[in-house]
Design a protein around this ligand. Structure first.
Ligand code: GTP
Ligand code: MG
Length: 192
């Protein structure tokens, strides 16, 4: 796949505000600060498309980006962010789980894990949730530039054992662009 155009479409805070389900959407999910928004900027080649931050909890709404005029990339708020109150956490959890459970136009969920801390409790719960609802998902191991060779091999081993149904596992660095063409080739299968 080649991305020829990418533009912000809409931000929503409730399921009632979502766009019509006639356009396929590829959703990017993962713990707070794992690098979802940065990955979207890296994939589209537009540095400021999605807002990023070194402080977790930057993305607070469901953000839609229209790609090539034919499908959406969806940037989700992160899960597992400890610094928000319990009430807010529960509200986000509910929004995200209902969205993934009910949204008909989702063609793929791309689950991002930090290469340095793969498969934490909340990540395993997310995998179970996706498998239970029979949602196709692929895994991206982010911030791969931070790993030593030895850590890379260990991270891959852990992932392969706990995400048996993943359509793909891609090692990624938004800083170096490593994994970009591999990931785009996988995504190609889910846009029509
Ligand atoms: P929330 O919106 O809070 O859920 O976070 P997010 O998952 O969207 O993370 P975001 O893209 O805002 O990035 C978080 C931090 O990780 C930023 O400081 C990024 O610069 C950094 N980061 C993202 N991708 C990479 C990467 O590939 N390598 C390295 N070294 N750092 C990265
Ligand atoms: Mg974000």
């Amino acid at each position: 796949m080649k991305i020829t155009s990418a533009a912000f479409h809409i931000s929503v805070s409730a399921l009632s505000g979502l766009p019509e389900e006639s356009t396929p959407e590829i959703v990017f999910a993962g713990r707070s600060n794992v690098g979802k928004s940065t990955l979207l900027n890296s994939l589209t080649g537009l540095k400021a498309l999605a807002k990023t931050s070194s402080t977790p909890g930057k993305t607070r709404l469901i953000n839609y980006f229209l790609i090539n005029q034919e499908f959406y990339f969806v940037d989700l708020p992160g899960y597992g962010y400890a610094a928000v109150g319990q009430e807010q956490k529960a509200a986000w959890g509910h929004l995200l789980s209902s969205y993934i459970e009910e949204r008909q136009s989702i063609s793929l969920v791309v689950l991002l894990f930090d290469s340095r801390h793969p498969a934490m409790e909340s990540d395993r719960a997310m995998i179970n949730f996706l498998e239970f609802h029979e949602r196709p998902y692929g895994i991206v191991l982010t911030k791969f530039d931070k790993l030593t060779q030895k850590e890379m091999a260990k991270t891959r081993r852990i992932m392969e054992s706990c995400a048996a149904k993943a359509k793909f596992i891609v090692n990624y660095s938004s800083f170096s662009g490593k994994g970009k063409s591999e990931l785009l080739a996988h995504l190609d299968h889910y846009i029509r």
